[in-house]
Design a protein around this ligand. Structure first.
Ligand code: HEC
Ligand code: HEC
Ligand code: HEC
Ligand code: HEC
Ligand code: HEC
Ligand code: HEC
Length: 320
């Protein structure tokens, strides 16, 4: 992810530039917005505060020339740029019908500088129905290495970017890995060496980093929990899967992670998915297994028969 990181002090310069340059331009109709923004509310003593039509969030937050981000007091990188294409592919847009920024950010954003806001969170009017489920996830998360991380204060949207949230089955493998690599590739790489080097213990590190989601090794299934719940319990590194058998065996854990292997842009069922992967040891093909058994049997019989003939021949030779 390429971002211009701006420390908090620089933010005010950025803001000043935006307000003085961009807003006047958009007033002159250069923006594609159907309704030109109105810069009004400039009471003589209050020249700094601008109000605008709420449709105009894009002037600043979707300006292709700018990808501003800042590091908050929670230690997390906050993106101020919202990618409209990804936004339109999110569950919130498609399923919840939140088409406009102000559908969620209801008040206080029609002026700049914005009015101080309480965080929206997930439960204010929205995910009440899912509360039980989310609390289960939270309980799992609280047992993860991240819960008491000192560098970062985690929230659900630390990993799940609200504006691009998608169901697990809809997420591409890159999106899934991105939830982890956005921190572990650089900012919170505690070792200073690349992820590939950190995984050199694995003879096929590159292949596995490429084609399996990080959680497939860094979490362990729990039969009492929903699949997405235990996937939030990221364990200390010594409890990550290191043994090949964990996955490359018929009763290994891969069955719990089918949607986390390879690309799955289609919403396939687990059975359909299983047909799409061949993982040696884990995937069983009946005729291949049978063929192997038949060959083994034939060899055993062959060796046995050969032995019998030799014994017989020796006995015959001795008799002569
Ligand atoms: C003039 C440029 C500009 C416009 C127009 C604008 N914003 Fe912002 N917005 C910013 C900047 C800069 C920040 C960074 C934090 C700050 O300085 O308040 C920000 C921060 C935010 C935040 C994060 C708030 C926080 O406290 O961290 C939200 C949410 C937001 N804007 C929503 C909106 C919405 C919704 C609209 C449209 C109704 C909008 N903005 C229009 C420039 C703008
Ligand atoms: C589904 C509701 C929803 C919609 C729609 C939405 N946002 Fe947000 N946005 C949130 C939530 C939740 C947060 C996290 C902070 C919070 O809890 O207040 C957030 C955070 C932000 C932030 C701060 C970045 C950060 O990481 O903290 C900005 C900037 C922002 N939104 C701008 C926008 C803009 C611009 C749009 C329209 C293109 C938009 N939002 C649409 C819910 C929404
Ligand atoms: C450390 C990163 C991280 C944090 C923090 C996190 N999640 Fe997740 N979440 C994930 C990953 C990775 C998946 C994908 C699991 C999979 O592939 O099945 C996921 C999946 C989910 C799903 C399943 C979606 C589906 O369609 O099946 C839900 C719901 C969810 N998370 C909610 C939450 C809630 C609520 C919180 C806060 C309590 C939270 N997450 C915090 C990483 C995180
Ligand atoms: C917001 C940044 C961030 C995100 C996102 C994140 N991590 Fe972490 N992770 C950290 C920090 C910071 C620590 C150090 C915690 C501590 O203080 O022990 C950590 C610790 C870890 C450790 C423990 C290493 C050890 O020494 O035992 C593992 C493993 C790990 N993360 C894997 C993941 C996986 C897998 C994901 C994606 C599901 C993920 N992380 C997402 C920041 C992040
Ligand atoms: C094949 C299983 C496997 C996969 C896939 C995997 N890891 Fe690991 N990872 C491990 C094991 C095992 C360790 C412990 C290595 C050690 O003890 O040196 C580890 C170590 C780590 C550490 C700790 C490094 C350190 O020394 O502090 C982090 C962070 C981490 N992995 C993140 C990730 C991320 C992010 C991904 C996805 C891009 C990922 N892992 C994919 C098995 C895996
Ligand atoms: C998290 C589960 C997991 C673990 C642990 C794991 N693998 Fe794999 N491995 C996979 C998956 C999934 C593939 C298939 C990748 C693909 O083809 O896209 C794979 C593919 C391979 C392949 C390529 C041939 C094939 O079967 O497709 C080799 C070789 C391999 N793994 C060796 C190992 C070795 C050696 C270890 C132990 C050090 C190991 N793996 C541990 C999941 C795992």
């Amino acid at each position: 992810m390429v971002q211009n990181m701006i420390p908090a002090p620089t933010l005010s310069y950025f803001v000043a530039i935006l307000v003085t340059i961009i807003l006047p331009i958009s007033v002159h109709g250069l923006e594609q917005s159907p309704v030109p923004s109105t810069v009004s509310g400039q009471a003589p003593g209050d020249a700094q505060i601008k109000t605008f039509q709420v449709e105009n969030c894009r002037t600043c937050h979707q300006n292709p020339g700018m990808r501003p981000a800042y590091v908050g007091s929670d230690g997390i990188v906050h993106d101020l740029y919202i990618d409209q294409k990804r936004f339109e592919m999110s569950t919130h847009y498609i399923m919840a019908g939140k088409y406009y920024c102000v559908d969620c950010h209801e008040t206080g954003y029609d002026v700049f500088p914005h009015k101080e806001q309480k965080p929206l969170g997930c439960f204010n009017n929205c995910h009440e129905k899912l509360k039980e489920k989310f609390l289960g996830i939270k309980a799992s998360f609280q047992q993860s290495v991240h819960y008491d991380a000192k560098q970062v204060e985690f929230a659900c949207n630390t990993c799940h970017p609200v504006h691009y949230a998608r169901k697990s089955r809809r997420m591409t493998l890159e999106e899934k890995k991105g939830m982890c690599t956005k921190c572990h590739e650089d900012r919170h790489n505690l070792t200073g060496i690349s992820l590939l080097e950190q995984h050199q213990w694995h003879p096929k590190a590159q292949l596995h980093l490429k084609s399996t989601a990080c959680i497939a090794c860094h979490t362990q299934p729990d039969q009492w929990e929903d699949s997405f719940t235990f996937k939030h319990r990221v364990l200390p590194k010594k409890e990550a899967s290191r043994l090949c058998d964990d996955c490359h065996s018929p009763d290994g854990k891969l069955a719990d992670y089918l949607i986390d292997i390879g690309e799955n842009p289609l919403q396939l069922s687990n059975a359909q998915l299983a047909d799409n992967f061949y993982v040696s040891g884990a995937t069983r093909i009946f005729w291949l297994d049978s063929l192997g058994l038949v060959l083994l049997l034939a060899i055993t019989i062959g060796v046995f028969a050969h032995g019998l003939i030799r014994v017989g021949a020796t006995v015959l030779r001795k008799k002569q």
